[in-house]
Design a binder for this molecule. Structure first.
Ligand code: ZN
Length: 137
């Protein structure tokens, strides 16, 4: 597969309201979007650094993936997202090479990206997201 850059880094937080001021007032970044992703049971806040974004994730449901993560592991780094040229073929390739997939098919993530997750059991502990921005094509 062909990765072009780190699209974003996902960070699980207990509260966007509490976390955003740290990123803005201490790190000097600007939150340019807050978006709820119902499918994922999260509210997200985005910051941009060069070509890479930070995605803060606040759980909207304790049973959702981020709610479960925070319950087990506390807030902190959650996932790494790579921009990939062709998501469907990248998923097929990963599966052929023995990687366990969380998502067998691409689905819609925040910011209109097509996304899919690889299972951390197959990626040395890093929950890995592949993203394709079809709007740029
Ligand atoms: Zn993400």
């Amino acid at each position: 597969m062909k990765l072009s850059h780190i699209e974003h880094i996902g960070i699980a937080v207990n509260s966007l309201e509490e976390a955003i001021p740290y990123y803005e007032k201490v790190l000097g970044l600007k939150c340019y979007a807050v978006e709820e992703v119902k499918d994922q049971k999260v509210k997200t806040a985005f910051f941009k650094i060069g070509e890479t974004k930070l995605e803060l994730l606040e759980s909207t449901d304790a049973e959702g993936p981020v709610g479960q993560f925070i319950e087990k592991r506390e807030q902190g780094l959650h996932h790494l997202a790579f921009a990939v040229e062709n998501l469907e073929s990248a998923l097929k390739e990963a599966e052929q090479k023995g990687v366990k997939l969380v998502d067998k098919q691409p689905r819609k993530g925040a910011e209109g990206l097509d996304i899919a997750f690889l299972h951390p059991r197959s990626t040395f502990g890093v929950l890995t997201e592949l993203c394709e921005d079809k709007r740029k094509k």
